[in-house]
Design a protein around this ligand. Structure first.
Ligand code: AMP
Ligand code: ZN
Length: 307
């Protein structure tokens, strides 16, 4: 007979806190990371770079925020208003400041007077890229390929350590003709599985959908699945029954091309696709499956990560 899990079993999150791998901040999904956590992540990033090296992607890094104007143009608020994070600031005069301090003192809602700034938090590493790429004019005949890495924000507080509010996303983003873009995605679907295999992790690949908001969102999700526009590589982390998406393979068709005026060499609206690597999720999968003592990890895994 299988032993019953004791009700007070320490959660994976507690274990990560106890080991100092993640550091509590008092907010679910907002954590500090230890040197060891970062070293594992550096190894993972280098491994991704090795897998992608032959493609000679153009490296671009954005801060974890983007122009509010671009965010509005992207239509993010239509699809994922529940996840968005905006940056609001105090823009008042000295009298406003006095009343602000009084409100804080009285434990009132001092945030009411905050005004939206020109920046919002980046929800996915590729969002700031599209308008910048479009500004460069028509794509060359071979299209373009970018390499991105950014902290991203999503308002989804959770006790699941694999669902954080601030997390890093590495992405390769391909822009070009439908053929170029779908070939890129098919290629990374293969590579992604090989890469996760090198890390000795169990995984499954499945068709998926984004968490579109509301009733119209349900239809969008069904459509995304029917058209097989999103695949995920899933690894059990917090639960066996509901494995966690650690890599995503997205085909946007001409969505971003149309939205941001991105054109191919032939003047047609460009198609785009991206492969996203969940930095923290892969690290957590490694810690979950191989344990928190890295010295005891399989030699092949340590070697793949340069640890
Ligand atoms: P998505 O745009 O939702 O496909 O996200 C791209 C990748 O980012 C996913 O495959 C995950 O690995 C990672 N990711 C998404 N949301 C979170 C989150 N809340 N916490 C940590 N990683 C995440
Ligand atoms: Zn993307």
């Amino acid at each position: 007979m299988l032993a019953k899990t004791p009700v007070n079993e320490t959660s994976f999150l507690d274990e990560l806190f106890d080991r100092g791998l993640l550091i509590e901040t008092g907010v679910d999904g907002l954590y500090g990371r230890s040197g060891l956590f970062e070293a594992i992540g550096d190894g993972f990033q280098a491994l991704v770079s090795r897998y992608g090296a032959a493609d000679k992607a153009e490296v671009v890094r954005f801060p974890p925020a983007m122009a509010r104007s671009v965010f509005e143009q992207s239509g993010y608020m239509k699809s994922f208003p529940q996840l968005a994070g905006t940056v609001h600031c105090f823009c008042g005069n000295p009298a406003d400041h006095v009343s602000l301090l009084q409100t804080i003192e009285q434990k009132g809602d001092w945030t009411e007077g905050q005004k939206a700034s020109d920046v919002v938090l980046t929800p996915a590493a590729c969002y700031p890229l599209y308008p910048t790429a479009a500004k460069r004019g028509d794509l060359p005949a071979e299209g373009r390929l970018y390499d991105l890495l950014s902290y991203c924000f999503r308002h989804e507080p959770s006790k699941d350590p694999a669902r954080q509010q601030f997390f890093r996303m590495r992405e390769y983003v391909r822009m070009g003709t439908p053929d170029q873009v779908t070939e890129f995605r098919a290629n990374w679907l293969e590579r992604g599985q090989k890469l996760i295999g090198d890390l000795g992790l169990p995984f499954a690949v499945d068709v998926a959908n984004d968490p579109f908001f509301g009733r119209t969102g349900k239809m969008l999700a069904v459509n995304q699945r029917d058209q097989r526009l999103k695949f995920e590589l899933l690894i059990p982390i917090e639960s066996e029954e509901n494995p966690t998406a650690c890599l995503s393979f997205n085909y946007h068709q001409d969505h971003f091309g149309k939205t941001f005026g991105l054109t191919s060499a032939d003047g047609e609206v460009a198609h785009t696709a991206c492969v996203g690597f969940g930095h923290e999720r892969v690290i957590l999968a490694l810690l979950k499956h191989h344990g928190t003592d890295v010295a005891r990890w399989p030699a092949s895994v340590r070697s793949a990560l340069g640890l």
